[in-house]
Design a protein around this ligand. Structure first.
Ligand code: ZN
Length: 190
């Protein structure tokens, strides 16, 4: 796992075997860390901003195997896919991860979706990159402004008008005269 100096770490080496809980807060401070990981372009490179998310981590520590359960709860913001206004989305996920220790060089070192490999030399987990991924995955494929109480779109009316105009222009491409011309041309090609 990549090493970054941040507080989104879980130091496990000094812990006794058994169950331990940790809490993390993903907020403005986390955005700074996430932006750094994304190359310092937070707003453009990340599909979320202003997160207000609490993470509760439960660690079951065994001799060679650790089990981690994460509960993410809160919300973050993104831009509406229709009008670019700020819109909130819910972050509500439960994730189970196995952390396995490898002693040899040949053991799989690639992180799996739910299995993380660490070496015996490692004493802590850096969770920042993982948290960032979870926030990205929590954003719905399409985010729109919620409809108003009267059922009309909550999107920026100026942007909606712009789209309607664009659609109209597009519609002109389906002019029946063009279709007739195209049919004629296809006939000639034959
Ligand atoms: Zn919108």
């Amino acid at each position: 796992m990549a090493k970054t100096a941040n507080e989104y770490r879980l130091a496990f080496s000094g812990l006794e075997e058994g169950i331990h809980t940790f809490e993390y807060v993903l907020d403005g401070r986390f955005m700074d860390v996430a932006a750094e990981m994304a190359g310092g372009q937070a707003d453009d490179a990340l599909p979320f901003h202003n997160p207000e998310v609490k993470v509760r981590a439960t660690l079951h520590k065994g001799e060679r195997l650790m089990e981690l359960h994460f509960d993410f709860e809160g919300q973050a913001f993104t831009t509406c896919d229709r009008c670019l206004r700020e819109v909130a989305f819910e972050v509500d996920r439960h994730e189970d991860i196995f952390v396995k220790t490898t002693s040899g060089k040949d053991a799989p070192m690639q992180d799996d979706e739910d299995v993380w490999w660490i070496t015996e030399a490692e004493s802590e987990l850096d969770l920042a990159d993982y948290f960032r991924e979870v926030l990205i995955l929590s954003r719905p494929m399409q985010c729109f402004c919620p409809d108003k109480a009267d059922g009309t779109s909550g999107c920026d009316p100026a942007m909606l008008a712009l789209y309607a105009e664009e659609k109209e222009t597009e519609g002109q491409g389906n002019d029946p005269r063009w279709d007739a011309l195209k049919a004629l041309r296809d006939k000639i090609d034959d």
